[in-house]
Ligand binder design. Structure first.
Ligand code: GLA
Length: 387
């Protein structure tokens, strides 16, 4: 058993004075390429990482979810009555993900959803842009689905997770929950975010995925993310398409005089990023690091200049790593929603130490903080076991 599985089971015993009967787990994610394309109906290429959220549980014979969050402030507790209309908690923000999931599942499955005692533990660094909230939603959704034999398909659990985010106030896309639910070991997942068709793409065995956390916390439940989404919708409307997925650069150029410069640049990022994801899938399949580098670095520049969701610390980190890897090997970019969080690099095993040394030597001077670095392989998505 991994640490978080152990911690969640042990916390369950300590808190509820009995053994858990079931356990679920769902990972966080790192996005290789395809940023802010998901809610525009486009493509993304994330993979599941080695960190995630474990949920241990047992039926409790009541009409309440009783939940112990082992990692919050040394242990926090919340309980709420199961219904199709659950209020958000004002002070226990972590609980709102579970309130949202419970409410949405109950809306559809009614009285089949019953009370659970639950203990949760996760090891995804919070605010690092690695989807700790999606992993919590998916892990808990997987628990409720299996505990009551609801047989909710994994992609449906992902959609419920996305709806739970909207309940909280974040109008996110479908990427994070889908990869957390449907990831496959040693594969990245190309998601067509309009048709929801999934294509598993093997990660070339000669490449290592590195995640470099800037330790500048990002906070997506805020206006920046939703603002970006609005600009994209505005640009799509001007071009007469439902989603930017259906727009081309030519259409965008033709409509330039009819939109503000900001919407133009936001849309240019999305349209060019979609193409980069399609090309990256081919580069991945061919193990073509040179092409992948071109695409990932271009993706970063497009976020920095057009989408404007990067920050100086992240730009500095990307440049430090890009320089250490050199031309043709600089497969590095910010990953996730932006405004802080992490950088992803896809590197040859021999270059791992080079990246670590460069970040250690140069990042503190430009940011006033240390970065945290880990390597991961692509991992499996959500799972459930009876104990
Ligand atoms: C966050 C959202 C995703 C996606 C990314 C940006 O992680 O949850 O849906 O939009 O930002 O690519």
């Amino acid at each position: 058993m991994s640490d978080v599985r152990n911690i969640s089971a042990q916390s369950f015993k300590n808190r509820f004075k009995k053994n858990p009967a079931m356990q679920s787990y769902a990972p966080g994610r790192v996005n290789i390429i395809g940023e802010h394309t998901d809610y525009n109906g486009g493509f993304v290429l994330p993979c599941a990482i080695k960190y995630g959220t474990a949920v241990s549980a047992c039926e409790n014979g009541t009409d309440k979810m009783r939940i112990f969050a082992a990692d919050i402030d040394g242990g926090d507790y919340d309980e709420f009555v199961i219904s199709a209309d659950i209020e958000k908690s004002r002070d226990k923000l972590w609980s709102n993900y579970l309130r949202g999931m419970t409410m949405l599942i109950t809306k559809e499955y009614g009285a089949r959803v019953k009370g659970l005692d639950v203990a949760i533990s996760g090891d995804i660094p919070l605010g690092a842009g690695l989807s700790s909230s999606a992993s919590l939603e998916v892990s808990f959704g997987c628990m409720v689905s299996n505990a009551f034999s609801l047989d909710i398909p994994l992609q449906k659990i992902a959609l419920l997770g996305q709806a739970a985010e909207a309940y909280i106030g974040m109008k996110c896309g479908i990427m994070d929950q889908t990869i957390s639910a449907c990831g496959k070991r040693d594969h990245a997942l190309c998601i067509d975010c309009r048709s929801l068709e999934l294509t598993q793409v093997e990660v070339p065995s000669n490449l290592v995925i590195m995640v470099i956390n800037s330790n500048v916390k990002h906070q997506l439940v805020g206006s920046e993310y939703n603002d970006r989404r609005e600009s994209c919708e505005k640009a799509a409307a001007v071009m007469g398409v439902d989603l930017l997925r259906d727009a081309t650069l030519e259409m965008l150029e033709n409509a330039r005089s009819k939109m503000d410069d900001e919407s133009f640049r936001r849309a240019r990022h999305v349209i060019t990023e979609d193409k980069r994801v399609e090309d990256a899938v081919v580069a991945f399949r061919n193990g073509n690091l040179k092409e992948l580098s071109r695409l990932m670095y271009a993706s970063h520049c497009s976020m920095r200049d057009d989408f404007e969701n990067s920050i100086p610390e992240i730009d500095a980190l990307v440049e430090i790593i890009s320089e250490a890897l050199g031309d043709g090997k600089n497969a590095v970019r910010m990953t996730g929603g932006g405004f802080g969080g992490s950088v992803v690099a896809v590197v040859e095993p021999d270059d791992v130490e080079k990246v670590k040394a460069a970040v250690k030597a140069k990042y503190p001077a430009v940011s006033g903080r240390e970065a945290s670095i880990f390597e991961t392989h692509a991992c499996d998505g959500a799972g459930f076991v009876r104990l």
